[in-house]
Design a protein around this ligand. Structure first.
Ligand code: MG
Length: 398
């Protein structure tokens, strides 16, 4: 998309952002994912507005903040303008700088730096509408769906009608000369109470047309508006652990796999019942909370675990996870063996896991494969198991 050579852009970024939490500095310079609010806002316009037609109004103290926040954006050709005491004064400074710098612009988009989520689609819609109605202001709005209350001193004094009530967004777009004149007239007549530019255009008696805004085009105002903070609050702490185990065959007449006894012409050798599936899963669960491995909790040298069923180990790991606030989301075991055949026992194994861990059957998976006759498993010297567990932590308070 080529630059819209007749359109200028004023980014209003001189506010102090007190409501977003002062200790983090003005919100327009705050981190947003791997970027910053300012950088993301500028990128929204990057393919539409030429850098030399972009005027950024910043607070006189914020030069360094601006440079840090935009180090990944090519701002060299953009104009930095010092803002005033109010948003209105800051926009006026930006507009007059623009009018003084170039004659080539017919229209200006005025946008809050703290709205980094405006879509290219909305920008196109605005420009298209401005092209169709070149003497009008173009204002994206969202119809209000909540009930509106008037309040005084923490008490409701009335319910206002929300009919025809809209919330104004930015960018607001105007014919450049008309909005410059409007701002200068308002300033000369000491009309200082305007909170957006459409209001000044209206005050001049000039027409402002609305188009449908975007819900996502929010103005980051409060600390909780920042998606990162929301993500911190809402993203569950999901952790994944894996486990691996192998046991050698010995003489015998049955193996225990995933808690299910399967008649076979061999047994598995180990200090407990040598259930490789449950051993691997025990390790996987311990791994989700940094609790070491099965050997740390049940040393093979300790005779008390001789011939014990391995569900004891699994129950211990599951209890450790629960004590740390973990909720097991799913477990998955892969058994690697040439024989015995696992498939006839898979459902019983899953049911056993579901019972031992007290989670639904569809959160318990058991899979099996041969090793294509390769290696120690292929030579039928033993059975191998791999396990994965996913556990959500920190949900215990809910
Ligand atoms: Mg083992």
């Amino acid at each position: 998309m080529p630059y819209q050579q007749n359109i200028g852009l004023v980014i209003v970024a001189a506010g102090r952002g007190e409501r977003a939490g002062l200790e983090d500095g003005p919100k327009q310079y705050r981190r947003l994912g791997h970027s910053t609010v300012m950088a993301e806002t500028l990128k929204c316009f990057g393919s539409l507005i030429a850098p030399e037609n972009t005027f950024i109004v910043i607070h006189q103290d914020d030069q360094e903040l601006f440079e840090t926040a935009t180090k990944d954006v090519d701002v060299q050709k953009m104009h930095l303008v010092t803002g005033g005491q109010t948003r209105q004064e800051s926009v006026r400074a930006g507009l007059n700088a623009m009018a003084a710098a170039t004659q080539a612009l017919t229209h200006v988009m005025i946008h809050d730096a703290a709205r980094p989520f405006v879509s290219e689609h909305l920008l196109f819609e605005i420009l298209e509408t401005a092209g169709a109605y070149p003497t009008q202001g173009i204002l994206p709005t969202i119809a209000i769906s909540e009930t509106l209350k008037t309040v005084d001193n923490e008490m409701v004094t009335g319910t206002a009608s929300r009919d025809n009530m809209h919330r104004a967004q930015t960018p607001q777009t105007f014919p450049l000369n008309a909005i410059v004149d409007a701002h200068n007239k308002a300033a000369s007549e000491s009309e200082r109470g305007f909170t957006d530019d459409a209001a000044i255009f209206e005050w001049m008696g000039l027409p402002v047309r609305i188009i449908q805004g975007e819900v996502a085009n929010i103005k980051l105002t409060y600390r909780q508006d920042f998606p990162e903070d929301q993500a911190m609050q809402k993203l569950p702490d999901i952790r994944t652990g894996n486990g691996y185990d192998v046991h050698r065959f010995r003489q015998g007449d049955a193996v225990t796999l995933c808690g299910v006894d399967i008649p076979f012409d061999k047994a598995l050798d180990g200090h407990s019942d040598a259930d490789v599936g449950l051993h691997a899963l025990t390790d996987a669960l311990l791994a989700t909370c940094g609790a070491g491995d099965i050997g740390d909790h049940f040393p093979p040298s300790d005779p008390q675990w001789q011939d014990k069923p391995s569900h004891i180990f699994l129950a211990h790991a599951a209890q450790l996870v629960a004590d740390k606030g973990g909720i097991i989301k799913n477990v998955d075991i892969t058994l690697v063996a040439e024989a015995p055949k696992i498939a006839p026992h898979r459902l019983a194994m899953r049911q056993r896991l579901s019972q031992l861990l007290a989670i639904e059957l569809d959160r318990c998976s058991v899979k099996a494969t041969t090793n294509e006759k390769m290696g120690f498993v292929g030579r039928q010297e033993g059975i191998m198991a791999l396990a994965t567990a996913s556990v959500a932590y920190g949900e215990i308070d809910d």
